[in-house]
Design a protein around this ligand. Structure first.
Ligand SMILES: C[S@@+](CC[C@H](N)C(=O)[O-])C[C@H]1O[C@@H](n2cnc3c(N)ncnc32)[C@H](O)[C@@H]1O
Length: 246
């Protein structure tokens, strides 16, 4: 996969929806990605974000980038289901894990860094499905594989720094607010393999999330270009990703 293929994220509705040419996935894999992106898995993530989530999974797994997949912000399991399906499809016979992290108690309280965020964001006990709901949803979608799945239950600041993760090919951040984004990156970014990807949901939706990503990248001298995902209907930014090159 040529890194330049990432430039395919544009505001063109056709390209956003189809990711035409992105990651050079062969046509039958593109079909599979689109089918799963539009399935009604139990997720609050939009179809274009689900599609980008799977495109990146394809990119790292087809390229055999070493390391596990990690999702911080597992919620009811929708995108974890997609990632487990991707592992089964593109890492069949492999041993990569999906680490799914969540408090299962909702978001921590917002801080002043989240000022300007949407008012519905960032209060404890918001977005708080139980771990049991998460597991049951994965089972219902035949995506619960104990040999592949590791659940990190608790606040990211407590679970991530000591999680026995060795290497990461795909770090998927989906947790809305400043502290949660920072906690995830500080604990895990150094484990992301060169050639691996970081995907950030909500970069365009929540000031605190964007601030955390921008600060962390500046602090660590990360200049890998951000790839933007836009909503075709209104051109709003949905998510960003970057490929780690050093
Ligand atoms: C937007 S939801 C994730 C959406 C999900 N990926 C999906 O497919 O619908 C964000 C989740 O992050 C979790 N979360 C946010 N900040 C957290 C933190 N600091 N520690 C633990 N969990 C956190 C919340 O409990 C919530 O379930």
């Amino acid at each position: 996969m040529a890194p330049s293929a990432l430039a395919c994220f544009t505001k063109s509705a056709e390209e956003v929806v189809s990711h035409k040419g992105l990651f050079e996935a062969p046509s039958h894999e593109r079909l599979w990605i689109q089918q799963w992106a539009f399935k009604k898995v139990p997720s609050i993530v939009s179809d274009v974000r689900k599609s980008m989530t799977l495109d990146i999974a394809y990119a790292v797994l087809a390229d055999n980038v070493p390391g596990d997949c990690v999702e911080t912000g597992a919620y009811t399991g929708g995108t974890s289901i997609l990632l487990m399906k991707a592992l089964h499809r593109w890492d069949a016979g492999g041993s990569r894990l999906l680490w799914a992290a969540d408090s299962f108690e909702g978001l921590p309280a917002p801080t002043e860094q989240d000022s300007g965020a949407d008012s519905h964001v960032g209060s404890k006990n918001k977005l708080s499905p139980s771990e049991e709901t998460f597991i049951n949803n994965l089972k219902e979608w035949e995506a619960h594989g104990p040999t592949r799945l590791r659940i990190l239950r608790g606040w990211f600041s407590e679970t991530l720094p000591t999680a026995p993760i060795e290497q990461i090919s795909y770090l998927r951040l989906d947790r809305d607010i400043y502290a949660s984004a920072m906690d995830s990156l500080r604990a895990l970014y150094h484990m992301v393999s060169v050639g691996g990807y970081v995907y950030v949901d909500d970069y365009g939706s929540f000031d605190g999330c964007r601030r955390a990503i921008d600060e962390f990248r500046a602090e660590h001298g990360i200049t890998d270009p951000l790839v933007y995902q836009y909503l075709p209907e209104d051109g709003n930014n949905e998510a960003v990703a970057w490929r780690k090159t050093k």
